[in-house]
Design a protein around this ligand. Structure first.
Ligand SMILES: O=C(O)c1cccc(C(=O)CC[C@H]2O[C@@H](n3cnc4c(=O)[nH]cnc43)[C@H](O)[C@@H]2O)c1
Length: 217
């Protein structure tokens, strides 16, 4: 169903993430690393523009991310098996309702299991500390313990949170191209404490990750 011909596109939100990935890839001629901007709308628009060139077989949304407590600690890599928007829906008096419940379509993109296997096998071989699980996408980063609990409940087993994955994955789905999301955990999802973010460790983990994946993508 999916083509094996073509290049791999890596979409990342900000320049610092892009530079870390490029260091890992070391001028790999088959892979383009491009900026998506921050947030799902910017990510979807930029990704769709690039996929319209017809050059790509695979797109990866990647960068630093928040880890859910008990699922992905700081310093861990999360590889998605599901990419899910966690704040597209409606609030009702009985709580949040996803688009699916309203009959307005889907807010989730499943990741091809063969692709997850191939990527995680390569990372495990290099002893990269990694978990596989759903990664949620939010337009507003979570900043309280209550929102973290509420959003984790919306997507069963949610391991990590970012702000671009679903936008990238939806664009890929529209073009019939496989999508994957990978996050290096820089902080825990919950009360905002910027001083606790471990950015350098997360950028180093991104670099190491793509030095491995450059060999197999
Ligand atoms: O200063 C802040 O409090 C702050 C809060 C959320 C995100 C940022 C960014 O710098 C956004 C950059 C980028 O990072 C991803 N990210 C990292 N951690 C999280 C998170 O816990 N929840 C959602 N997104 C996160 C995200 O994909 C952004 O593109 C600053």
């Amino acid at each position: 169903m999916f083509s094996d011909q073509g290049r791999t596109l890596i979409m990342t939100a900000v320049s610092e993430e892009k530079r870390a990935i490029q260091r890992g890839l070391q001028n790999n001629p088959n892979i383009d690393v491009m900026l998506a901007g921050v947030g799902p709308v910017s990510a979807a628009a930029h990704t769709a523009k690039l996929l319209a060139t017809g050059k790509y077989k695979l797109v990866i949304s990647t960068g630093i991310g928040g880890g859910f407590i008990g699922k992905a600690e700081v310093g861990t890599l999360v590889v998605s098996n599901l990419i899910a928007a966690a704040d597209i829906g409606v609030e009702t008096l009985d709580g949040f309702r996803r688009l699916e419940e309203l009959g307005f379509g889907s807010t989730q993109v499943e990741v091809d299991s063969e692709l997850v296997f191939r990527v995680t096998e390569a990372l495990q071989a290099e002893k990269i500390h990694m978990v596989i699980g759903p990664i949620i996408t939010v337009a507003t980063a979570t900043g309280t313990a209550e929102s973290a609990d509420e959003r984790a409940r919306r997507v069963l087993g949610a391991a990590a949170e970012g702000m671009e994955g679903y936008g990238v994955a939806l664009a890929a789905q529209i073009f019939g191209i496989r999508a994957l999301e990978i996050r290096a955990i820089s902080n825990l999802v919950g009360p905002r404490d910027r001083s606790a973010w471990r950015m350098k460790e997360a950028f180093d983990l991104l670099e190491k990750t793509y030095s491995v994946l450059g060999e197999i993508l």
